[in-house]
Design a protein around this ligand. Structure first.
Ligand code: GDP
Ligand code: IMO
Ligand code: MG
Length: 426
């Protein structure tokens, strides 16, 4: 029996989907515990590309259970579209479960996301405009609607009326916008609820039962540590707990139940949206990483900002998640770069920092100090064994392991499910 959590150590898009898909072979249950359709997880199986936003990557295995946990915020229309698109590709939903306590993302959340970004002007966050922040605000403000509400017509009507009273007031009076019609909103929500009802249940209870039975449970993190509401570069973060601790309240599992945490790290770094990025390369190396790594957002299509691996940020991620081992993805993208840079610390106004400053303004002023490692020319995308990698690729991996004091047990050498080097026991 084991419970494993897979989390991103950077600003998202580390390749979590692929790592979860790979590790899911050993799992019985795959669970998302936070976030919503701001996430975009890519899995490629025999040339077929799947882009998942809400549904756990485990759905691609028909015999495994897929669970959307209570810490998520779910747009019911977006979920139905994702289900329909996957069903069209013959993906089975026989083992699919949605927590009755997951909150709903509703159309006014998406409008508010956009209006709030406009109001921020030059201070905008660069959100995915999926209504994620406003939905978590409603959850904390105790006016949110939950999946379980979709099962009860009268209750849904009452809660939606109360929420719309509030939101239409804000939209009309504060933003001078048109409000939403209650009847239209109710009809479409009730209809969506009818279709989702068979999947809605108490997933925390099921997870505990499955764990007791000795089933292997895998938690699929969305976003990354540096986007965590508390441990990320606030305010340039998402609105949920993306670190491993989020599994406990997001899925309803005690902290002692988690056996291991896998941190997914891209061999370089990317960021979509605004906020500090000390090792960002705005020149030709960054551009090359973007083109060769196909660094364009899965959710919004925005070009990702690219730069070099940053050890103080990775150290922070390893610490706050309690990571047991790392999965290093996209090292194949570094092939052909004569020099690979890695930030080892920062200088700010003559002072040296070896750890990520919690002050985001300070992080924005950090000038990285780099180590420079020699690159390699060879295409490594078909390599299956660590020992067959070019010497300088092995040195790069050894270097990161040594600096982090953690093993790198998975090495991604291409986007396909089987393009990976596995080292030792997972
Ligand atoms: P996630 O949000 O962390 O699941 O990551 P995304 O799916 O948004 O972005 C990762 C991208 O890298 C996807 O296009 C993957 O297909 C791709 N990818 C994952 N691992 C590797 C790898 O080892 N090498 C290469 N070249 N691409 C990879
Ligand atoms: P996956 O799971 C990369 C970023 C947005 C923005 C900030 C806040 O694919 O790694 P939000 O819409 O969440 O309020 O936006 O967070 N962001 C992501 N960046 N990958 C993601 O998910 C992201 N989800 C949110 O770009 O900067
Ligand atoms: Mg992504």
């Amino acid at each position: 029996m084991s419970v494993t959590s897979v989390v991103g150590t950077q600003w998202g898009d580390e390749g979590k989907g692929k790592v979860v898909d790979l590790m899911a072979r050993q799992a019985d249950v795959i669970v998302r515990f936070q976030g919503g359709n701001n996430a975009g997880h890519t899995v490629i199986v025999n040339g077929d590309k799947f882009e998942l936003h809400l549904i756990p990557s485990g759905i691609l295995y028909p015999e495994k259970k897929s669970v959307m946990g209570g810490g998520m915020v779910v747009n019911p229309q977006a979920l139905l579209e994702e289900i329909d698109a996957l069903k069209e590709r013959n993906i089975s939903f026989d083992n699919f479960y949605i927590s009755d306590t997951a909150h709903l993302v509703l159309p006014y959340h998406m409008v508010l996301d956009r209006l709030e970004e406009e109001m921020r002007g030059s201070e905008k966050l660069g959100t995915t405009s999926r209504g994620i922040g406003p939905a978590y605000v409603d959850k904390a403000a105790r006016r949110g609607l939950r999946m379980g509400d979709l099962l009860h017509r009268e209750r849904l009507a009452g809660r939606l009326k109360a929420a719309l009273n509030y939101h239409n007031h804000i939209l009309e009076k504060a933003f001078n916008q048109k409000g939403f019609s209650y009847q239209e909103a109710f009809n479409s929500l009730w209809e969506a609820g009818r279709r989702l009802a068979p999947y809605i249940t108490n997933t925390a209870l099921l997870l505990d039962r499955w764990r007791e039975e000795g089933q292997h449970i895998f938690f699929e993190g969305a976003q990354g540590t540096l986007l965590d509401i508390d441990h990320g570069s606030y305010p340039y973060v998402t609105s949920s707990t993306t670190v491993a601790g989020g599994v406990c309240h997001g899925a309803g599992l005690g902290p002692g139940r988690i056996d291991q945490v896998i941190g997914v790290t891209k061999a370089y770094m990317t960021r979509v949206g605004e906020g500090p990025f000390p090792t960002e390369d705005k020149g030709k190396e960054g551009k090359r990483l973007r083109e060769e790594g196909h660094e364009y957002g899965v959710t919004t299509g925005r070009p990702r900002r690219c730069g070099w691996l940053d050890l103080p940020l990775l150290r922070h991620a390893c610490r706050v998640n309690g990571i047991n081992f790392l999965a290093l993805t996209k090292i194949d993208v570094l092939s052909g770069h004569p020099e690979i840079k890695v930030a080892t610390g920062y200088m700010v106004e003559g002072e040296e920092f070896m750890e990520m400053p919690t002050d985001t303004d300070l992080l924005g002023r950090c000038e990285p100090a780099y180590d420079s490692l020699p690159g390699w020319e060879e295409d490594i995308s078909q390599i299956k064994n660590f020992d067959d990698l070019p010497e300088n690729a092995r040195k790069y991996i050894d270097y990161i392991e040594k600096k982090m004091g953690l093993p790198i047990k998975l090495i991604g050498v291409g986007p396909e499910r089987n393009q990976v080097i596995v080292r030792g026991d997972l």
